[in-house]
Design a binder for this molecule. Structure first.
Ligand code: NAD
Length: 505
């Protein structure tokens, strides 16, 4: 299955020209609607995380290539920003249609490059389609305000106008959805965009660029450069880039926030997380345990919304043995295999990092109720697999709690009351998402008002908002003001201009 996927994904997106003496496909740059081979000497291996086989190489873009991408976006801006909003809306309709036609191809790319299960990958593409459908409503989303007769024969109007060249820096875990949510919202508002995808899995973005071409997107409106830190620094410093959207880790995001803001840019940074699930004794046990398992182990825990800590309140702690037994039945294998519940971690380094954090928990006194570290996956012996792991009686001072784990690891805690649980969640520096499982509306309401977290699920493990709403992570999980998606994204990608007009007969 993996070999077939490899071949399918390599078709057309990658050049077959070798980057070195070995015949490994190379990922291209996308500048001015052209797929260009990089002239760099520095290449990064892209590996299938289920086998660690090198499947392609991605370039560290040269300075002149990055300059060319920003120049293309700058040159495209005047005409694109003055194109009619109906024209931009039509492109979004066509891009949506292209995505639907190419759904299977994109899904295969995600399975191959990041190890998602087919179902999980398909869900990501479904989200991409929803984002584009939301963009198709731009004629109502981008409206401003008007007030007639503020003086005699005088009206006041506020327009929402595009900014210029924007840049998106995106993580490995949603290699289609995060780039599309940035470049579609940015460009439909009339901006142009340069995307710097993760060097772990650039294939999905390259397919999206092909679809932008087919949808009739004019040259220079969306461009793609590659690399790790250098292109990030480049867009943070470039005077022609006016806004930066970042999604990724705390370290890289803090760098982008500080460097971008220092250079006078508008910046939104979505960062790491530590998401708590509260389990109340009155919850529906069956549904709660299923939600905990899918919310913490799904996508191998490589989601900023993964439930990484379960706080059992009162008698609900009696469900922990059943949680452990049910977790053992998770099928861990390549996402390409039928029936897989979750796949590998993105890299051997990521696996080592997670294993070290598990050990730090054990060394600090947590009890390992389920240890996934020695898992053997038949047929994928070289993959970065880690089985479901449950660390019991974790305390807020332990490193495995204070650090984002980003793996299929659930930490459990036991407290006596709802207030004790709220106190733990409020004290945590992160605030991306949280869930409470309960049959009581009053308990749920109290929690959602007091938890101090950006997104709250009530009997919902992962409360990922539909795109008409913003993605509202808070506290240490977000730096900036205006968020991704929803109304806030329109505000982020536009500036207001207020016009007072006086017309007398
Ligand atoms: P990452 O920070 O390593 O990479 C994100 C982007 O920054 C990539 O394009 C990468 O090439 C670049 N980058 C890497 N190191 C850099 C550096 N030192 N300086 C500047 N840029 C750098 O993140 P990742 O491993 O790809 O993704 C996982 C992280 O992303 C997790 O912490 C997760 O919580 C977070 N994430 C957050 C959200 C959210 O909405 N809050 C969503 C998805 C992922």
């Amino acid at each position: 299955g993996v070999t077939r996927l490899c071949l399918a994904v390599r078709q057309s997106v990658f050049s077959s020209r070798a980057a070195s003496t070995v015949q490994i496909p190379t990922t291209k740059l996308f500048i001015n609607n052209e797929f260009l081979e990089s002239e760099t000497e520095k290449w990064i291996n892209v590996r299938n995380p289920a086998t660690n086989e090198v499947i392609s190489k991605v370039p560290e873009s040269t300075t002149s290539e990055m300059e060319a991408a920003v120049a293309a976006a700058k040159a495209a801006f005047p005409a694109w920003s003055r194109s009619t909003i109906l024209f931009r809306q039509q492109i979004m309709f066509r891009l949506r249609d292209q995505l639907i036609k190419n759904r299977a191809r994109l899904r295969d790319s995600l399975v191959l490059e990041i190890g998602k299960t087919k179902e999980d990958a398909d869900e990501e593409i479904g989200r991409c389609i929803q984002i584009l459908e939301h963009c198709c409503s731009i004629t109502t989303l981008q409206t401003g305000e008007t007030l007639p007769d503020i003086a005699q024969d005088m009206n006041i109007l506020t327009f929402r106008l595009p900014l210029g060249v924007t840049a998106g820096i995106t993580p490995f875990n949603f290699p289609a959805m995060v780039p599309i949510s940035i470049f579609s919202m940015s460009t439909v508002c009339g901006n142009t965009c340069v995307i710097k995808p993760s060097s772990c899995d650039p294939g999905a973005v390259m397919i999206l660029m092909e679809l932008c071409l087919k949808a009739g997107c004019p040259p220079g409106v969306v461009n793609v450069i590659h690399g790790r830190k250098e292109p990030v620094t480049f867009v943070c410093d470039h005077p022609d880039v006016v806004a930066l959207s970042f999604v990724g880790s705390d370290e890289a995001g803090s760098y982008v926030y500080e460097r971008g803001a220092k250079n006078g840019k508008r910046v939104q940074c979505n960062l790491g997380a530590k998401n708590h699930a509260l389990v109340m004794p009155d919850a529906n046990k069956e549904r709660t345990l299923s939600s905990l398992i899918s919310g913490s182990f799904g996508a191998a825990g490589q989601r900023c919304m993964a439930l990484s800590t379960a706080i059992f309140v009162g008698d609900s702690k009696q469900w922990i043995p059943e949680l452990v037994e049910r977790s053992k039945t998770q099928k861990v294998t390549s996402g390409a295999e039928p029936g897989a519940d979750f796949g590998p971690l993105i890299s051997p380094e990521a696996k080592k990092r997670v294993c070290d954090l598990i050990q730090s928990g054990v060394d600090a006194g947590a009890k390992l109720l389920l240890d996934g570290r020695n898992i053997k996956v038949k047929g994928y012996e070289n993959g970065n697999f880690l089985g479901p792991t449950i660390l019991h009686r974790v305390y807020p001072t332990m490193e495995c709690y204070t650090t984002e784990i980003y793996g299929p690891v659930l930490a459990t805690m036991e407290v006596d009351t709802l207030d004790d649980a709220i106190n733990i969640v409020r004290t945590n520096p992160y605030g991306n998402t949280t869930a409470i499982f309960t049959a009581s509306g009053a308990t749920a309401r109290k929690y959602s008002m007091k938890c101090d977290v950006g997104m709250v699920g009530i009997n919902v493990a992962i409360p990922f908002p539909i795109n008409t709403f913003s993605f509202t992570g808070s506290k240490g999980s977000f730096k900036g003001d205006l968020r991704l998606a929803g109304k806030e994204a329109i505000q982020f990608f536009t500036q207001t201009r207020t016009v007072m007009e006086f017309w007398r007969e």
